[in-house]
Design a protein around this ligand. Structure first.
Ligand code: HEM
Length: 463
């Protein structure tokens, strides 16, 4: 069916073209921030319950579209492995949680942030416990703890170093700004870490985190109410799947549209990274066994990785206490989760099954004014929405948009330093692709979206 349905549902009106990540360093808005509690807390608005029906997201369990049937057929090793993960090797896949990898709460000067996978890895020393990592440390740690393939982890780390990290020491923070002793020069000024990377890395419609704007800029603290929405989707059989989470992401995007006047989905951080994080939960947090080599994710594992205790509906978030479960086995190395087939394969499957989940655009004039961006206009005719049914084309879009973003922000020595980090990582992740050449993205009319310039920065945090 290609993306015909997607075209009609996702593009609602002609619009402006936001820059890739929104213009950074503009307009931290203290007046708006003051309206909400700061720090490790969650605003009333974010915690306000909002139910979204299946029919609103175009889903009828009794009459699934072919793409929805295909989405549901995905196993927990993802679209990358349609026939499943090929083997189970207990010795190779066992993830130690003892000895040097014993769990420890982060010390007061150790940084944690919005990503449960990274927090858990640091709490078990698969990343430096400080929460500040280099690219090789990230690649090694993500592979050892989760079976993430180096092309993907290298790209994710390089992006973090260049856009939110420290080019001098070539490190990045998994939470807020690093302590002053390690501060070097970031491409965009002082390194802020991923906690304060709104519209650059961190985006709206997350699983457990609030949209930054409706939570005083804090998109790293977990809302238990929000976590419950996601928890409920697997309670029928105590199993979580890519298809269930694809629907949950779609529902959360509706919540963003209805609750957040500044909802804005720039291509990288929110159109792609936000839904990809849902897929990370299933692909990377599932436990593998000989009986279930593709893995399964149950509620207990989900809660453990997210630092949530208690029994539904009485959950409590334990900030910074994300853990790798005991006796837990990661995906096999030969089926390591990679960039093109893995991340973009799962995203393409989701966008086909739930076309309305392709959110590239935002609220143009307050809540409930979502206006999509036309891909053909954005790429100056090089790509059309229907092209994005292929993982390779989605990957090409992300690849070239990241590539073109650097010169927007850097000149001279900084540009050189940034490209030195980013280009080899991009080549490893995307180098084999034959991409349609997008000469220049069309970023006109950016101001059509108030949310594009919302870029809160914050103090160091251990939340
Ligand atoms: C280099 C590796 C990684 C980087 C740079 C990274 C970065 C990020 C960022 C920037 C966010 C915020 C995105 C948002 O606003 O939704 C995030 C969220 C998330 N990440 Fe990661 N991540 C990495 C690895 C992982 C791994 C290995 C896992 C799973 C095992 C994971 C699971 C998640 C999840 C589930 C969220 C959403 C959390 C929530 O909404 O409550 N990530 N990550």
């Amino acid at each position: 069916m290609k993306l015909l349905a997607l075209s009609t549902l996702a593009i609602q009106g002609a619009v402006a073209f936001p820059s890739l990540m929104g213009k950074v360093d503009e307009a931290f808005q203290p007046d708006k921030r003051a309206a909400y509690p700061a720090g490790c807390s969650v605003s009333k608005l974010c915690n306000t319950r909002m139910d979204i029906s299946d029919s609103e997201i175009g889903y009828n369990a009794k009459a699934k579209t072919p793409a929805q049937v295909a989405s549901a057929a995905r196993n927990n090793c993802g679209a990358q492995n349609p026939t499943g993960c090929t083997s189970f090797n207990a010795k190779a896949q066992y993830v130690s949680t003892s000895g040097e990898h014993a769990y420890a709460d982060p010390a007061p000067d150790e940084i944690r942030g919005p990503c449960p996978g990274l927090n858990a890895a640091a709490n078990h020393a698969y990343l430096p416990r400080s929460g500040i990592a280099s690219l090789p440390q990230t690649v090694d740690g993500m592979n050892a703890a989760f079976g993430m393939f180096p092309d993907l982890s290298g790209f994710l780390a390089a992006y973090a170093i260049v856009f939110n990290g420290d080019l001098l020491t070539q490190t990045w923070s998994i939470g807020g700004p690093p302590p002053s002793t390690t501060i070097g020069s970031g491409l965009l000024g002082k390194p802020q870490g991923i906690s304060w990377s709104h519209n650059k890395y961190e985006g709206d419609s997350s699983i457990g985190r609030c949209d930054a704007y409706i939570n005083g800029g804090d998109a790293h603290s977990l809302s238990v109410e929000r976590f419950k929405y996601a928890y409920v989707v697997g309670m029928d059989n105590d199993r979580y799947t890519l298809d269930k989470f694809a629907r949950e992401f779609t529902k959360n995007s509706f919540r963003s549209i209805r609750q957040n006047p500044n909802y804005f989905a720039p291509l990288f951080s929110t159109t792609l990274v936000s839904p990809a994080a849902y897929n990370f939960v299933v692909n990377l947090m599932s436990n593998r066994t000989a009986a279930e080599p593709n893995g399964y994710l149950d509620g207990e594992i989900f809660k453990t990785f997210f630092g949530v205790s208690g029994t539904y509906p009485n959950f409590k978030w334990l900030p910074g206490k994300e853990r790798i479960p005991e006796n837990w086995y990661r995906r096999p190395s030969e089926n390591g989760y990679n960039a093109v087939g893995g991340v973009f394969g799962d995203l393409a499957a989701q966008f086909l099954a739930y076309p309305v989940s392709f959110r590239f655009g935002g609220n143009a004039n307050g809540v409930d004014t979502y206006t999509g961006i036309d891909i053909a206009d954005f790429t100056n005719g090089a790509m059309h929405l229907d092209d994005l049914s292929k993982p390779e084309n989605l990957a090409c879009l992300a690849y070239q948009s990241v590539q073109q973003a650097v010169p927007d922000f850097a000149t001279g020595g900084l540009l050189q330093a940034a490209t030195k980090v980013l280009n080899p990582a991009l080549a490893k992740a995307f180098g084999g692709l034959a991409c349609p050449r997008i000469t220049k993205f069309n970023n006109n009319n950016l101001n059509g979206y108030p949310g594009h310039s919302y870029s809160p920065t914050g103090p160091a945090t251990t939340c």
